[in-house]
Design a protein around this ligand. Structure first.
Ligand code: DGJ
Length: 696
């Protein structure tokens, strides 16, 4: 809901529990008034009547109060917008109008010297506010071009509080989304990616609390950026203690785009959420927002998949994949995915990327015979691709060595023996569209795992007048390609992967169906990764595989099938072990876990998540509530001194209701589960259990 003040210069946007207010001064300064619990328009107008702090020579009265600080004038904060015209830098704008359409507010400004139009957009989605900016060159004919040095999506302003604390999700390959919290101090804390993709190092999300929020209580302000390329989020504590968060695409301020007359740039969405339900409440609101507004077909639970990567690596054949598919189908798997090495001369990571036709030695009849067999086994069929990359040893690179990102006269840096294609080029986009469209049309393919296994290094574009635009243009081209493929092949689902969790953000999630959370499939490590992931993203997109024990890829850890399954059942369950090596007993047990997962998956994937105990504790647990159904997954790292592990207190239940536990048949009173907890009966090392409750 959007309300407008009497003078038409104060706006109040409200969601079910929260409000956001802003006002325009007589000098066309756009000031922040309120972000927090729901308030009335009269409250916003009272705030609007309060004067700004007095100004003096060394401090700006605007700093810390503006909705979108531009470069220039009486401002010393990091500008959200920095524009260079011929001989003029910075911006000075005049308000030109406000438009409200449903839940969206558009505030328009114009800079007459640059002939730049700036529209700031606010859109409420429940308690989430989506913000972005549209920048238009409004000059005509031969007006000089404008260079956008920086164009952030939004600046968020927090209320005056003491001791703000920052939560962030940092990581690296195989150790993504690790949650850390630290008190912020004066100055700027900057996180981001200068790697061309979202990156394993930080999820584009921050959460701030000032009064010791807990998992279930307290105010939490969080922001997430919908962008899959380089990005930056800066959290600044200003000299007067005020805190602002600014974020957008691109890491540096060294130039993003050039606008010719008539051209425009739309920034990605930078979404913000206020919650007073602690970190858990914030996560549930983010999950609900993504299921309702971001993720395609989010109301439909994802199938159980099998992926062959850990089992077969680069050494694959049609027969061997068929053997795996037969075992997977017998176990109840619903989607069989052939990973790397089915195409070109891809017998190792040294060759073949770019040549998206089945390897004739490995798949003499193409992919169709295997796909048909997989379908006959009752499963859907998926493949792996890495379209944005090329191996120098490939037909594509031999034919088009100029199609990769490179700097003239410089060495082409290889990682994993591959180079990055310049997707900003129209011919590259067209090639990939034709190849991928042909692939999806040539065999009954239901699922595409889309990988990206190295960062940008030599992001040059010889011959292009403004090569820096490659950074944003690559991401937009990726989005266009995915959108076009989805439109042409609407029954195909897509997975975003980037060496595990290197490309997970709200931008890619609006055009993919699930993500590969991490290459780390160790079930214990995964609990911490999943705990971090769940701060922002829902279980509905969090793929998790059960692989072999000992864990061959990473740490050699030995764990039971029970522990591996219960760990992976916290998200979209997959299986990724070498099933030809699993005993009949293991295959049968795995089949039982898969059927149990099918019973609980709509609760897990579509329900409300409560993190009951974090994985930093020896006994950790999560709970999902969906209607009358509740599922608890509990894991014990190590039992101490023969003691019974602590009871797990449930949440989100009706204290007056009675719940029956499907595992034991016993009934439990809601109040007892909430206030005294559940005895899990877990014992020893790496034990785990699933509990299903139904309200009676
Ligand atoms: C990295 C992915 O994260 C893995 O799951 C696998 O698909 C490999 N790439 C294949 O090269």
């Amino acid at each position: 809901m959007i309300e407008v003040g009497e003078d038409g210069r104060t706006w109040l946007l409200s969601g079910p529990t929260s409000s956001y207010a802003l006002r325009l001064t007589d000098d066309d300064e756009l000031l922040h008034l309120h972000w927090g619990p729901r308030i009335a328009l009269a409250d916003a107008e009272a705030l609007a009547a309060e004067p700004l702090p007095a100004e003096w020579a060394f401090e700006s009265r605007l700093d810390g109060h503006e909705e979108y600080p531009v470069e220039g004038g009486r401002r010393f904060v990091r500008p959200a917008l920095s524009v260079r015209g011929v001989g003029v830098r910075g911006s000075e704008w005049q308000f030109s109008g406000a438009v409200t359409e449903g839940d969206a507010l558009r505030l328009q400004f114009g800079d007459s010297v640059h002939q730049l139009g700036v529209t700031l957009v606010y859109r409420t989605r429940g308690d989430v506010i989506e913000r972005y900016a549209v920048l238009r060159h409004e000059g005509r004919g031969d007006a000089p071009e404008l260079e956008l040095l920086r164009a952030d999506s939004a600046t968020w302003t927090l209320p005056a509080r003491e001791h703000w604390r920052l939560s962030q999700l940092h990581g690296r390959w195989a150790a993504e989304t690790r949650l850390v919290r630290s008190e912020i101090t004066y100055g700027e804390k900057v996180i981001g990616s200068r790697r061309g993709h979202t990156g394993h190092q930080h999820l584009p999300w921050v959460a701030l609390d000032a009064e010791g929020a807990t998992e279930e209580r307290g105010e939490v302000y969080s922001c997430a950026l919908a962008w899959s390329g380089s990005w930056r989020i800066g959290v600044s504590q200003l000299p007067d203690g005020g805190v602002q968060i600014t974020g957008g695409q691109g890491y540096d301020d060294s130039g993003q785009e050039v606008l010719a007359p008539g051209a425009r740039m739309v920034t990605p969405v930078f979404a913000g959420l206020w919650s007073d339900g602690g970190f858990g409440g914030a996560s549930r609101a983010w999950h609900a927002y993504q299921r309702a507004h971001v993720i395609p077909d989010a109301a439909v639970p994802r199938p159980v998949l099998y992926n062959s990567w850990e089992a077969t690596g680069f050494d694959i054949s049609e027969e061997q994949q068929r053997a795996l598919a037969e075992r997977a189908a017998a176990m109840g798997v619903e989607l069989f995915v052939v990973d790397d090495a089915w195409f070109g001369q891809r017998v190792s990571d040294r060759a073949g990327l770019g040549d998206w036709t089945p390897n004739p030695d490995r798949f003499p009849g193409g992919l169709k015979p295997l796909a048909d067999d997989v379908h006959a086994l009752g499963m859907r069929f998926g493949i792996w691709v890495e379209p944005e990359m090329v191996n120098p040893d490939s037909d594509l690179y031999r034919a088009h060595p100029d199609w990769v990102q490179h700097q003239p006269g410089r060495r082409r840096t290889e990682f994993r023996n591959q180079l990055v294609l310049n997707l900003a080029r129209d011919d590259v986009q067209e090639y990939l569209w034709e190849r991928l469209d042909a692939l999806l049309s040539g065999a009954p393919i239901d699922y595409v795992k889309w990988d990206f296994n190295r960062c940008f290094t030599d992001a040059g574009w010889p011959g292009e007048r403004y090569p820096q635009r490659i950074w944003n243009a690559h991401v937009r081209a990726l989005y266009r390609l995915l959108d076009r493929l989805r439109a042409a092949h609407p029954s195909v689902a897509f997975e975003s992967c980037s060496g595990g969790g290197g490309r997970i953000d709200l931008g890619i999630l609006s055009r993919t169906d699930q993500v590969w959370t991490s290459d780390n499939t160790d079930p214990l490590d995964r609990l911490a990764i999943q705990n971090g992931f769940s701060q922002l993203h829902p279980a509905r997109v969090m793929a998790a595989w059960v692989t072999d024990s000992p864990n061959t890829q990473l740490n050699g850890r030995v764990s039971t099938l029970r522990f591996r399954f219960v760990s992976a059942m916290a998200g979209v369950l997959g299986v990724g072990g070498d099933l030809t090596e699993w005993s009949a007993g293991e295959l049968a047990e795995a089949g039982d876990w898969v059927s149990l997962y099918k019973e609980i998956r709509s609760v897990v994937q579509l329900g409300d998540l409560h993190r009951l105990r974090p994985p930093s504790q020896s006994l950790s647990a999560v709970q999902y509530v969906h209607g009358d159904e509740t599922v608890v997954l509990a894991w014990l790292r190590a039992q101490a001194h023969g003691e019974e592990p602590p009871r797990v207190r449930l949440r989100g239940l009706d204290p007056a209701a009675v719940y029956v536990c499907r595992e034991t048949g016993s009934t439990h009173r809601g109040a007892v589960l909430l206030h005294h907890g559940l005895r899990t009966g877990l014992r020893g090392d790496l034990d785990a259990a699933v509990f299903r409750f139904r309200r009676v």
